[in-house]
Design a protein around this ligand. Structure first.
Ligand code: SF4
Length: 332
């Protein structure tokens, strides 16, 4: 599950087999959800034996689940004993999963529960693919969209995340349309520029969370490396190159970044860009001092009055520790 179709074809060619076997194997894995190589009955017995020798087929495990009305949160145990989380959300338009991309995170955003554990390692591609597969298996239904917005900074694990995107997008496999896949970054400028060359039409979301460096410096250490003007310049280049609308994520923190002045400053910053702003009501946690803003509606109206497209993210589940990182932090 770490291999794209092309990589699996290369493997079959390397062992002297025809490359169409790759498609047969992917059909077992993703369409029939058959994960025991012994049962790949359209492959010869000797080939199945070779596959068993060449591949490790141990899966990550669902360790615990918490369920709310339209949301389920999964805690996964990885083969090396580390824990990560994923969240399933049911929308009118289908089911979406928010996956993790790293064990821990080095970005240190002050409001983030996940970031309290420093990065241990990036996830392997299969560890991301299996989050989706195990959830589909658990709910006996298909996932329609995926956001890479859970624990970790996806662009800090760039190659594995983009491999993951190619695998879940493969049309004869999980077949999640590229426009239904979103990668969220806290603003790693060089990677944003690299990502503008990625051939699939995947959405980019950027966690901005502040309209100026003074505030962003205080809540997002990455801003000291790539400040707002560098970030905006990279987003302008990305827009020119891809012509794809960017989502600007803005977590609403009481008395930190939620004043009307902030709204007007944000509108000014984004004027004329093909973006829309997603305001995120903050999920309060016991461990961090931030509070949920009480001015979300006023802030939204101020942005709208300035011609900025804006939505407020639906709140799914602080009742089930849905703030990213909460389930894992209870475990370790
Ligand atoms: S918000 Fe995202 S990038 Fe920032 S510390 Fe948390 S997981 Fe890392």
């Amino acid at each position: 599950m770490s291999l794209t179709k092309e990589a699996l074809e290369d493997y079959f060619l390397s062992i002297g087999e025809k490359k169409y076997k790759a498609e047969q194997v992917l059909e077992w894995l993703y369409i029939h959800k058959e994960w025991d190589i012994a049962n790949f009955t359209n492959l010869k017995k000797e080939l199945r034996e070779t596959l068993k020798k060449d591949f490790n087929t141990d899966f990550i495990k669902i360790k615990r689940k918490e369920e709310g009305s339209l949301v389920k949160k999964y805690l996964f145990e990885l083969l090396d004993g580390n824990f990560i989380e994923a969240v399933l959300m049911e929308h009118d338009y289908g089911k979406s999963v928010c996956v993790s991309s790293e064990v821990g995170c080095n970005m240190g955003c002050k409001f983030c529960e996940s970031g309290r554990l420093k990065k241990v390692r990036g996830l392997e591609t299969y560890e991301m693919v299996e989050q989706i597969l195990l959830i589909e298996n658990d709910i006996k239904d298909k996932i329609n969209s995926v956001v890479v917005m859970g624990i970790g900074e996806p662009f800090d694990n760039y190659d594995n995340v983009l491999n993951f995107v190619k695998i879940i997008n493969y049309p004869k496999g999980l077949a999640i349309g590229s426009r239904h896949i979103t990668i969220s970054t806290c603003g790693l400028v060089p990677k944003i520029e690299e990502f503008s060359n990625f051939p699939l039409q995947v959405n980019l979301a950027v966690s901005l969370h502040a309209p100026n460096d003074a505030i962003r410096d205080k809540i997002m250490p990455i801003n000291k490396v790539y400040n707002i003007s560098k970030l905006m310049a990279s987003l302008r280049k990305y827009l020119l190159k891809t012509n794809r609308r960017i989502t600007i994520e803005y977590v609403m923190l009481n008395m930190v970044n939620d004043s009307l002045d902030c709204a007007y400053e944000l509108a000014h910053l984004l004027k004329g860009m093909n973006v829309y702003v997603n305001l995120i009501p903050y999920n309060e946690t016991n461990n961090l001092e931030f509070k949920k803003s009480t001015r979300i509606k006023e802030f939204k109206d101020a942005l709208t009055s300035q011609g900025i497209n804006v939505t407020v993210r639906k709140e799914f589940g602080d009742s089930i520790s849905a703030a990213c990182g909460q389930l894992r932090s209870k475990e370790v």
